[in-house]
Design a protein around this ligand. Structure first.
Ligand code: PXL
Length: 266
């Protein structure tokens, strides 16, 4: 039996909502074969901060090779990369691998407040990773930081930033407008020619940890199956909206998106 194979190069979020944990849960829901290369272990949640433990470069490399050599990779995503050296090596490994379905989720600050990318590494991410991306999936804050401009406040502002980010090298740009106050949850997808607006209801909840990871993991899974970028993004948005609608609060602090929510009848 053949199955689409996907790799996530990202951080481990020990409390289970985001990072590698969200990615693998999402991959499973999309029935693709999930693999991981862990860049750092984030042992934080919204009420305690136990620390971030970075993996040595040799460990990240070995994990990527383990997936590439033993199984093969149809699509991959990057999440938390944390340091300039991990970003640089990841970009090299991606080029060397020949994988074309590359989803870059430029995570910078987690919903639980952890810093997931060092400030001085943003420039490296822009220069080295955006050019190898099939699609980059920033939220409003991340888009603004990459372009060193103010955070977009309207859907029109988002369109301008989508075009500006495209000129930095990715084939597609998806700017997520979940944080745009007073608007529905609208995302802008730009392919270098035109903008596609993807709108969904706004779900009123604070329990959204893992939403971005889940969204980009779902896009990766659909690309691995051979879907077009637009189709992959549409399916992923519907999946993540339902994961947010049925979020799990665990009765303290910020809770988690629920990755198996789509199995429930609305
Ligand atoms: O949601 C962003 C994110 C990504 N990766 C890791 C995280 C988080 C948020 O907490 O811990 C490892």
């Amino acid at each position: 039996m053949s199955i689409a194979r996907v790799l996530s190069i990202a951080g481990s979020a020990s409390q289970g909502s985001a990072g590698i944990q969200a990615d693998l849960k999402t991959f499973q829901e999309f029935d693709v074969y999930g693999m991981s290369a862990i860049t750092a272990i984030v042992a934080n949640n919204s009420t305690t901060d136990q620390g971030i433990f970075t993996q040595p470069l040799a460990s990240v490399e070995a994990q990527v090779y383990a997936s590439l050599e033993h199984v093969g990779v149809d699509a991959l995503k990057t999440g938390m990369l944390f340091t300039e050296e991990i970003i640089t090596r990841t970009a090299e490994l991606i080029k060397e691998s020949g994988v074309e379905n590359v989803v870059v989720d430029p995570v910078m600050i987690g919903k639980m407040g952890s810093q997931l990318l060092k400030d001085e590494a943003i420039e490296t991410l822009v220069k080295e990773l955006l050019p190898v991306a099939k699609i980059v999936t920033p939220n409003l804050h991340e888009a603004a930081r990459m372009l060193e401009c103010p955070v977009p406040e309207t859907p029109e502002d988002m369109k301008v930033l989508a075009r500006d980010l495209h000129s930095l090298g990715p084939e597609y740009v998806l700017i997520k407008g979940g944080a745009l106050k007073d608007y529905p949850a609208v995302d802008m997808l730009y392919d270098g020619k035109g903008i596609t607006e993807l709108e969904s209801e706004r779900v009123d909840t604070v329990h959204t940890s893992g939403a971005g990871c889940t969204y980009s993991a779902a896009i990766t899974a659909e690309l691995a199956k051979g879907k077009s970028v637009e189709e992959a993004v549409r399916r992923a948005k519907s999946f993540v909206t339902s994961a947010i609608r049925h979020a799990l609060s665990f009765d303290r602090g910020i809770g988690s998106t629920y990755h198996a929510a789509h199995r429930k009848k609305a």
